[in-house]
Design a protein around this ligand. Structure first.
Ligand SMILES: [Zn+2]
Length: 452
């Protein structure tokens, strides 16, 4: 049993809560209790967020792409370096990096991750003996860390809008529809070894890396979600898709697929107001990655119009240049403030911005990953995080100000405990396998840097 001095339940804040977990789910919640012997006692219990978008291998590049070269660096020059880097990654590197990334996510307060996985083959583009070799490495890292995994194998067939052939640097990503369907089967086999909350979805990489026919084919082969897609990250991408399909990416997707609550549109950055409203009303989740979007110079999300229309959203750490739940949420709000020259933007009418962001991202992130989670209530997965409200950053705040304090004034080190579907992975602020996972990562990086 968990005893929390206070907890944010689906019904609101409450005090002295005892909570039981069975089969990874919350089986009882009772208020006005005292701690019993053997209880795990925590200060403040919240629903833990899903990190809905990650390319874990990119974590190892953090800090390698911040040196200004002659000319203007852009998303596209960053991508070139990423391709050179991936040419040297072995399956062992992929697993060790994912292990570190999942650990960092859990220590930051995330219970689960959507791993948007497009590194499939050997550096020369030949498949491994097991088509799902690298998917099984991601699954192994999830098993080691205990994080709740939604594995999203990526269909990546073309090098640009209009069926441009893949470049050499993209050879590790490429699949036809048939081979992709085989790969999803192998990924499913790997993930079936994990606890029951873990699952497989699919991720057509983007409209520019697939085609309308291929998109239709993979959606027919796998009609149930989750379905994730990069949608409108860069103005060039929007222009290329518009020139090819005669519609902007979000506009095209909403008109030509039955995008619904199973879908997550990553980087819905460049949208008209009409696209924003239509996307909000479709029921899809906007997968926002504010730290990466700032790092890559993508641009800000059209937050006010989207929230006004009731749109669902969640956050992801994408390139993993920095893994921080608090930083992700505050960058989302600050990107809006800087654009609008205004304060308290990401809330409809009056209310707490921190609470709107936190509870919104908890529900939207869980929806995007196909997890029955996002709230503390009986029957939900036990994706839980405990924070210490006596930390200096929070100790002066009232209960109704705590989420504002967490999002705007605190760091991830106020996190004391994290449970992923009941797996108590973070205790006293540290992942229970921290030392072994970090040792494995350091060793993998030493061999990778020697090869680069
Ligand atoms: Zn991405």
């Amino acid at each position: 049993m968990i005893f929390a001095k206070q907890a944010k339940l689906s019904s609101g804040w409450t005090t002295n809560v005892r909570l039981n977990i069975a089969d990874g789910k919350i089986s009882s919640v009772t208020e006005n209790q005292s701690p019993a012997q053997g209880d795990t006692v925590v200060d403040t219990l919240l629903p833990a967020l899903a990190n809905l978008h990650s390319h874990s291998f990119q974590r190892a590049m953090s800090g390698m792409t911040e040196f200004r070269m002659a000319g203007k660096d852009s998303f596209w020059t960053w991508r070139d370096l990423m391709y050179r880097f991936t040419a040297h990654l072995t399956p062992e590197h992929v697993e060790a990096i994912a292990g570190l990334v999942f650990l960092e996510m859990q220590e930051a307060g995330y219970a689960s991750v959507g791993e948007f996985h497009y590194l499939h083959h050997q550096p020369n583009g030949m498949p491994y003996d097991d088509l799902g070799e690298l998917s099984s490495r991601i699954a192994a890292a999830a098993s080691e860390t205990g994080i709740g995994l939604t594995h999203l194998p990526v269909l990546y067939t073309y090098g640009g809008a209009g069926k441009v052939p893949l470049e050499a640097g993209q050879a590790r990503f490429g699949n036809s529809v048939d081979r992709f369907n085989g790969l999803v089967g192998r990924a499913q086999a790997a993930v079936s070894q994990l606890p029951a909350d873990c699952r497989v979805g699919i991720a057509p990489h983007s409209l520019r890396a697939t085609s309308p026919e291929d998109l239709k084919a993979v959606l027919t082969a796998r009609p149930n979600g989750p379905v994730h897609i990069h949608i409108a990250e860069q103005p060039k991408e929007v222009a290329d898709v518009q020139a090819w399909l005669n519609a902007r990416p979000v506009e095209w997707l909403l008109e030509n697929t039955d995008a619904n609550t199973d879908w997550c549109l990553i980087h819905a950055t460049h949208m008209t107001d009409a696209e924003t409203v239509n996307m909000a009303k479709s029921g899809v989740v906007a997968g926002l990655c504010p730290v990466t979007e700032a790092n890559l110079g993508d641009g800000p999300f059209n937050g006010p119009a989207y929230l006004q229309s009731g749109g669902a959203f969640g956050v992801g750490s994408d390139s993993n240049v920095l893994i921080s739940l608090t930083e992700e949420l505050r960058t989302l709000e600050y990107s809006q403030r800087l654009r609008d020259i205004a304060r308290n933007v990401m809330v409809v009418g009056e209310g707490s911005v921190g609470e709107t962001l936190y509870t919104g991202a908890a529900k939207g992130g869980a929806q995007a990953l196909g997890r029955g989670a996002g709230e503390i209530a009986v029957g939900e997965l036990a994706d839980l995080v405990a924070i210490d409200s006596s930390a200096p950053a929070l100790c002066a705040l009232r209960q109704d100000q705590l989420l504002d304090g967490l999002v705007f004034g605190a760091k991830d080190n106020v996190v004391t405990d994290v449970w992923s579907a009941g797996r108590h992975a973070v205790q006293s602020g540290r992942h229970v396998k921290r030392d072994a996972i970090i040792t494995a990562y350091r060793s993998a990086m030493a061999s990778l840097m020697a090869a680069l």
